[in-house]
Design a protein around this ligand. Structure first.
Ligand SMILES: O=c1[nH]c(=O)c2nc[nH]c2[nH]1
Ligand SMILES: [Zn+2]
Length: 459
């Protein structure tokens, strides 16, 4: 068959093992298969077929260009961090000794205030995008700070380094404990409008704005309403925090006495939509989870943070039983690790801790958590990007990790007779960035970093 010049051409063909989630199965492993990516970065074919010459004729590629994956190598979809504070990356791994509200006042707000300085912002934002990409995060849902220009810079860096991202300029007009770190309601509205307009004007293919009220305690009711209106008028994503710790839940009750729950605060301000991602949710009641289900809003489970600053333990099984969309988040820097593999492990640990407390609790399986790593079907994904990413279906963007479980001096040992299921489980439980040989976003190889990007910032 002759292919028309206007049709996409094949940019990459891989042969070997591909692991992903489908509507039917949380883990599907295809061995001895071929996966082709076109020059628009989309998956052109994935076939369990040794007949490369037939496919090469149909698609017009040379079989000599096929990249062969070896015994301990596989491709899996890129991981999606549904909640990460790019602005807190500089102190990740430290400052984990206070509960949420004290932690915000003591560590977080003073650091975030520094992002007025664009050179400071450039250095940290470059590092967080690179670190997360290297660890296999192909999509990140970022909180920046209240500063519009630094938030735009984060979008520019994600685009340049090749990460898919939702970027949020943080909105907060109440901060009695650190009053110098906030804006007026009017500034929040104007700056959010400017942020959205300028970011969209850049036409970055994979970087979009997300409307970001920090959380109910730092926003007036008037600001929440305005942000709901902006998000709904422009069909934008929304991100915030909800029910992370008990003191915060009590504070919200006092601040919003007319709302029957924390969820009701966001519902009343039109902030719960099928493009909303709320982080934590440890103390949501069944009734609140029903509201999440009805509105199509998602929860970002951030287990490292939940444990590190002693916030609580989200019962993910209960969330799934309510058919609420669920993603995983690192929540750097309340969570100390920027790695989504860590988020997966902490998710399993928390689920097991809940089973220790209550043997009736149905522990999550590693397969279920694997699905949550890249937000796949059956329910629309936490970030509602399912038609575009999440697995290796034909037509989706090729966001993928090339994993090699057996690298010299790596963290994983393999033994004879171990098949792809074992190799996958070992990578998920024991692997790290040394096992991620390459990262692709929309077909573009973004890790290893190109030589031109090897030098980073000044400090
Ligand atoms: O873990 C968190 N990190 C934050 O920065 C934050 N702000 C409000 N609530 C929060 N929770
Ligand atoms: Zn957070």
């Amino acid at each position: 068959m002759n292919r028309n010049d206007t049709e996409p051409h094949i940019a990459h063909v891989f042969r070997g093992t591909f692991v992903h989630s489908t509507r039917q199965a949380p883990v599907e492993i295809l061995t001895n298969s071929l996966l082709g990516v076109d020059d628009e970065g989309k998956i052109a074919f994935i076939e369990k077929d040794q007949d490369a010459s037939r496919l090469s004729k149909i698609w017009g590629f040379e079989t000599s260009k096929i990249k062969q994956l070896e015994q301990y190598e596989f491709l899996m979809p890129g991981m999606v961090d549904t909640h990460i504070h790019a602005s807190q990356y500089s102190y990740s791994g430290t400052a984990l000794d206070l509960p949420l509200l004290e932690w915000l006042k003591t560590y977080t707000f003073p650091v975030e205030a520094k992002y007025k300085d664009l050179e400071f912002a450039r250095n940290i934002y470059t590092k967080v995008v690179r670190r997360t990409l290297k660890n296999g995060t192909t999509t990140a849902c970022y909180f920046a700070t209240i500063h519009t220009d630094a938030s735009l810079l984060l979008g520019e860096l994600a685009d340049k380094l090749g990460q898919r991202a939702l970027v949020g300029k943080v909105c907060m007009d109440c901060n009695p404990k650190v009053p110098q770190y906030k804006e007026s309601q009017d500034e929040c509205k104007k700056e959010t409008d400017r942020f959205i307009k300028e970011l969209l004007k850049k036409k970055y293919p994979n970087v979009k704005p997300v409307v970001t009220p920090r959380f109910a305690p730092s926003c007036s009711s008037a600001l929440l309403s305005q942000l709901g209106e902006i998000a709904n008028n422009n069909k934008l994503h929304i991100q915030s925090h909800i029910s992370e710790n008990k003191e915060e839940v009590d504070l919200v009750k006092k601040l919003f006495p007319d709302c029957k729950s924390y969820t009701d605060v966001y519902l009343k301000h039109n902030l719960l939509t099928d493009r909303t991602v709320m982080a934590h949710g440890c103390y949501l009641t069944d009734e609140e989870l029903e509201t999440f289900h009805e509105t199509g809003s998602a929860i970002s489970h951030c287990p490292n943070s939940n444990i590190s600053i002693c916030s609580g333990m989200l019962n993910v099984r209960n969330v799934l039983n309510h058919k609420v969309k669920l993603g995983l988040g690192t929540d750097v820097a309340g969570g100390y690790s920027p790695s989504m593999l860590d988020a997966m492990r902490r998710t399993l640990d928390t689920s097991k801790a809940l089973t220790i407390q209550d043997p009736q609790h149905q522990t999550l399986t590693f397969e279920e958590v694997f699905r949550a790593l890249h937000k796949c079907v059956p329910s629309p994904s936490a970030l509602s990007l399912d038609d575009q990413i999440g697995n290796f279906e034909v037509g989706k963007d090729f966001d993928a990790l090339h994993v090699n479980v057996c690298v010299p001096d790596g963290p994983v040992d393999v033994f004879p007779g171990e098949g792809p299921e074992v190799i996958l489980e070992k990578f998920l439980n024991l692997g790290d960035d040394r096992n991620i040989s390459a990262v692709y976003v929309a077909g573009r190889q973004v890790v290893p970093f190109p030589e031109t990007q090897l030098s980073v910032g000044t400090f």
